[in-house]
Design a protein around this ligand. Structure first.
Ligand SMILES: NC(=O)c1ccc[n+]([C@@H]2O[C@H](COP(=O)([O-])OP(=O)(O)OC[C@H]3O[C@@H](n4cnc5c(N)ncnc54)[C@H](OP(=O)(O)O)[C@@H]3O)[C@@H](O)[C@H]2O)c1
Length: 259
């Protein structure tokens, strides 16, 4: 039972929290990254240098793993990456593959969502034991959509679009639970506790960062904007996350006087 769990994207927003969670559970972990391990990093995990886009380092990364949590993503090549990962996993004895996906990928025609749908299909038809969890947007992503605009005179949001952000640590907890359990197929979606107007979330992010900017909602034409306005990325009946956006902002913003 001492075989490691491989976390692809173990250096990313979600993956690094999954790694921390699995280590806290006392499990052996192997982190996959395209980069070599940072000098002086003595955390108790193994490291596998692997590029899913180029197909390098896969067999060594998958060797002797008990399971895989696939968190790596790179909008341009996620489909080829999923295919390569699945093939390498088959060669390595077919470990349980847990894949993180996104609520609404079959409703909103974004190119990235199309690649997530295709990657899900590859996982489902892989012949491996598999589990897929779809979640809504992480708080970090929603806040970043505002903070990247901080040098502009106004902050743009999508008019009439509601979001239901979820805390990444709660998603990581769920993935850690799933990878330690039996393969479960597509499990119930996971969404944050509140459905919120994108405009309110932008204003809350600005307030927390001490920035004074006007929030300007844009009404865009086209099917993507229409499906977003129709609630395509929401799962109100799966509002199982506990941490609200304001709690997330408060936790990441140092109290006044210590900034
Ligand atoms: N962000 C959200 O709101 C959200 C919501 C729902 C679901 N998800 C899903 O959650 C997953 C993780 O998202 P995230 O926001 O944590 O991503 P992220 O922060 O952008 O991290 C991406 C990770 O992928 C790795 N990576 C990229 N290209 C790679 C390649 N060619 N080969 C190997 N590794 C590669 C990176 O590792 P190195 O740079 O170290 O190589 C990095 O650790 C994605 O599947 C995403 O669709 C995200």
């Amino acid at each position: 039972m001492n075989k490691p769990i491989l976390v692809t994207g173990g250096t990313g927003t979600l993956g690094r929290v999954v790694v921390a969670r699995l280590l806290a559970d006392g499990l052996p972990v192997r982190v996959m990254s395209r980069r070599p391990r940072r000098e002086g990093d003595e955390r108790p995990y193994e490291w596998a240098v692997c590029d899913l886009a180029k197909g390098t380092g896969l067999d060594a990364a998958l060797a002797d793993v008990r399971a895989v949590v696939h968190c790596a993503t790179n909008a341009r090549n996620d489909v080829a990456a999923a295919r390569r990962l699945v093939e390498a996993a088959r060669r390595a004895g077919s470990p349980h593959l847990v894949y993180i996906s996104i609520v609404g990928i079959d409703k909103v025609p974004l190119p990235y969502y199309r690649s997530k749908r295709e990657a899900e299909r590859i996982v489902r038809e892989s012949g491996l034991p598999w589990t897929i969890l779809r979640t809504t947007q992480f708080h970090d992503l929603v806040a970043t959509m505002t903070t990247v605009q901080r040098r502009l005179p106004v902050v743009l949001t999508l008019s009439g679009v509601r979001v239901q952000p979820v805390e990444v640590a709660e998603v990581a907890d769920r993935l850690a639970e799933l990878v330690q359990g039996a393969p479960a197929g597509r499990v119930p979606d996971m969404a944050g506790p509140e459905v919120r107007d994108a405009r309110d979330l932008a204003a809350a992010t600005l307030r927390a960062a001490g920035l004074r900017r006007r929030v300007v909602p844009l009404r865009l034409p086209g099917k993507i904007a229409r499906t977003l306005r129709a609630g395509g990325i929401l799962a109100p009946d799966r509002a199982v996350g506990k941490v609200t956006f304001e709690q997330y902002l408060a936790a990441r913003t140092p109290p006044a006087g210590r900034r």
